[in-house]
Structure formats: C-alpha cells, structure tokens
Write a protein that binds this ligand. Structure first.
Ligand code: SF4
Ligand code: SF4
Length: 384
C-alpha cells in the first residue's frame, strides 16, 4: 500500500544526503471536518431563526411568531453556563433557567478533554468563520501573516485574563447565595433575549468593534479565537489534560516542515516530538499534510497505538451529541420558564441589569448576607 520515495533531506541531516521514505497514503480528513463545521453552522442558523420567531411572539403578544423557544440558544450564554456549572459543582444541582447552556458547555469541555481543543476547529461557528476569513487572507496575501512573537505572546494572554476575570468573579468572589440570586434573577432568565436585542439594536460602538474584528481576521488568522475568546481559553487549558496528543516520529521524519507550514496555530510541529499546546485545535491539518507514512499521528500520551483520523470525527461529534443528548433524555434540557413569565418580563426587559464589577458582586454578597431579598430588578432600581 505504501510507495517508496526518495528526497533530499534537510542540511541538518547531512548536506545533499537523500533519504527513502514510505509515502503517506491516508486520505485527508479536512473535507469531512469542513462539512461537520457547516453542519453546526446550519444548526446555529436554524436555532437563530427559531429564536427570532420566539421573540416575535413575545413582541406581538402571541399574534406572530412561535411560542417555542429553542434551548440551543443557551449555547451563546457562556457566562450564565459557567455559573450553572459552579452551582452544579457545589450543590449537584442543574439550575433550571438555562440547563441547555450548562449541557452545551459541559459537552465542549468533555470533547476538549478527550480530543483536545477540537470544539474550536470542528464545531464552533465562530471558529469556522475565523478559519474562512483566514483562508481568504491567505489567498489575498499569498502567505500566512504571523504577528511577531513579542506581540503575539502578550496578545494571547488577553483571553486568559478575560477567563481569569470570569473565573475569579464567579468561583472565588460569589457566595452560593449570590450565585443563586443571580441565576434566579429576571436578568438571567431573559439573558438570551437581551443578547438578541444587543445584536439587533447594536450600538455604533459595538458595531465598529465587530466590523474591525471581522476585517482584521482576514490578515490575522484566528484573531478572535487566538487572542480574545475566553471560551477557547478554557477549552485550551482543558485540552492540556487530554490523553491524546499528536506525536512525531523523528526517525522517519524527513524535516520537510510541511506540518508546521499548514498549522493555523503556528505550532512548530516539525520540531516537536509531542504537540503539547493550548493553541492546538486538533484540526489534523498537520497530519494530513505529512508526506511520510506513520510519522505524524494522533496517539495516547502513554503507549504506542495510533488513533485513526476517522475516529476523531466520531469522537468529537458523538461525545458532543452524547452529553447534550443526556440533557435531553433526562428531561433537563428545556428550562422551567413559562411563556406567561416571558411575556411579563418582555415589558421590563430593558430595565433588567446585573453586577458589572467585582465591587458590585461584593455588594451583592453583603446584601445576601444581611437579608434574604432578591437581586434588584434593574440597575435604576438599585440606584434609587
Ligand atoms: S498542531 Fe496540527 S492539529 Fe494542532 S492546530 Fe496545528 S495543524 Fe492543527
Ligand atoms: S512530521 Fe512534519 S516535517 Fe516531518 S515529514 Fe511530516 S510534515 Fe515533514
């Protein structure tokens, strides 16, 4: 099955020396990855259309649209989901306001723990868009532009700072009472609808930021994912504990550097024996590009067996479907908010606020300690 080929090897292995190698005959997996990504993008668009119909229902008091609210929309509420996760950790309880968001975040973490940061390159619609823009940039500029290392490292730390802020505010600052107060609050209940209006009624400032990020993502590949996404930061850290890693066999490697050249995360795969990086998204482009058989493979960190690329597809998709499916089968996927409650909250939607700083969280903790009262319905109320 394997062709023998001969090639001039790199100067490091001897000037002008030639080396025979077995050609890699494995089929690339990138087309399948693309269609998996497209499938998830279409799923998100479908959720978006259903959510639009739901909001129309609320806006017209039931005259238009549909009373069905797609739970999948909660996948776009990562902070509320992180809070639900914390509540689950300390009490074993899945908060009923956005349970689907909890299961989606859990699924992303489980997938990243098993198959590396694959959620970003296989399932995330923003990852797909970033990749598309990066590909356009590469075609336009005929090369992959790389931010210099002195700037790249500090920029990469931004997403960790954002993650640190959220983790500190939720896991270290909030008492259980404050956590429950927030999760039960009207703000959290309608957080998905408020997010909808954020984009529909977008402010000039937010629009400028989004447009700038969009266009900068063309020359700077994965700008959002690499530098700013705290969700990706969390999954990147989780992926470091994944037992599956890309390993390079330095005996058979011919130092062609193809793996490093195609890597969208600028990882020097050709210099590593095991790829251990929070930036590796398990896209498998490096393995696909390697011309030598049995040289770049996905393997358990301990042991010699190889995981075929097709099993990564099953691993990513099945694990994600399994975890979210458990939420559906267990009857915990749908939230417990009645349509009448939504219709009520729709009237006061724009008055609902939330703590916006660590000081406000401390105040909330203090208030919860002093009395058992609920979170104020709006920032204006709090000011009064
Ligand atoms: S190391 Fe390989 S799998 Fe990881 S991001 Fe780079 S190309 Fe993709
Ligand atoms: S591991 Fe990388 S450098 Fe080595 S042969 Fe494969 S593509 Fe070339």
């Amino acid at each position: 099955m394997e062709d023998r080929k001969e090639i001039n090897v790199s100067p490091e292995k001897g000037e002008g020396a030639r080396k025979k190698y077995n050609r890699n005959k494995q089929k690339p997996i990138q087309t399948i990855r693309f269609w998996v990504q497209v499938g998830f993008v279409l799923l998100c668009l479908w959720i978006g259309v259903e959510f639009y119909n739901f909001v129309r229902f609320l806006e017209t008091s039931g005259l238009e649209g549909s009373a069905y609210r797609p739970p999948g929309a909660e996948g776009f509420l990562p902070i509320s989901s992180l809070m639900s996760m914390y509540l689950f950790v300390i009490s074993g309880e899945i908060h009923p306001a956005h349970p689907a968001g909890f299961f989606i975040l859990l699924a992303a973490i489980v997938v990243s723990f098993v198959v590396g940061k694959s959620f970003c390159s296989w399932l995330c619609p923003f990852g797909w868009l970033s990749e598309l823009l990066g590909d356009i940039g590469e075609k336009l500029f005929r090369r992959k532009l790389k931010i210099p290392m002195w700037l790249d490292y500090p920029l990469r730390s931004l997403k960790y700072l954002l993650l640190l802020f959220f983790v500190y505010s939720i896991f270290f600052l909030m008492t259980e009472a404050s956590l429950r107060t927030f999760l039960d609050s009207p703000y959290n209940i309608v957080a998905d609808i408020k997010m909808y209006y954020f984009f529909i009624d977008i402010s000039r400032f937010s629009l400028i930021i989004i447009v700038v990020l969009f266009f900068l993502s063309i020359p700077i590949r994965n700008l959002w994912c690499r530098y700013l996404c705290p969700y990706g930061a969390l999954l990147g850290l989780t992926s470091l504990f994944s037992p599956l890693k890309i390993k390079r066999n330095s005996e058979t490697c011919i130092d062609c550097t193809k793996c490093a050249k195609v890597c969208p995360s600028f990882i020097k795969v050709d210099k590593m024996s095991t790829v251990i990086s929070d930036e590796c998204t398990s896209c498998l482009k490096c393995i696909d590009s390697c011309p030598v058989a049995d040289t770049l493979e996905l393997k358990p960190i301990i042991g010699r067996s190889t995981l075929l690329k097709k099993y990564v597809v099953f691993g990513v998709v099945i694990l994600f479907v399994l975890v979210t499916g458990i939420g559906m089968i267990s009857g915990k996927w749908q939230n417990n908010v009645k349509i009448d409650e939504y219709l009520y909250h729709q009237q006061y939607l724009f008055g609902y606020g939330h703590p916006t700083s660590t000081n406000e969280i401390k105040k909330l903790n203090k208030r919860n300690k002093e009395s058992d009262t609920n979170i104020p319905k709006s920032n204006e109320e709090e000011d009064k």
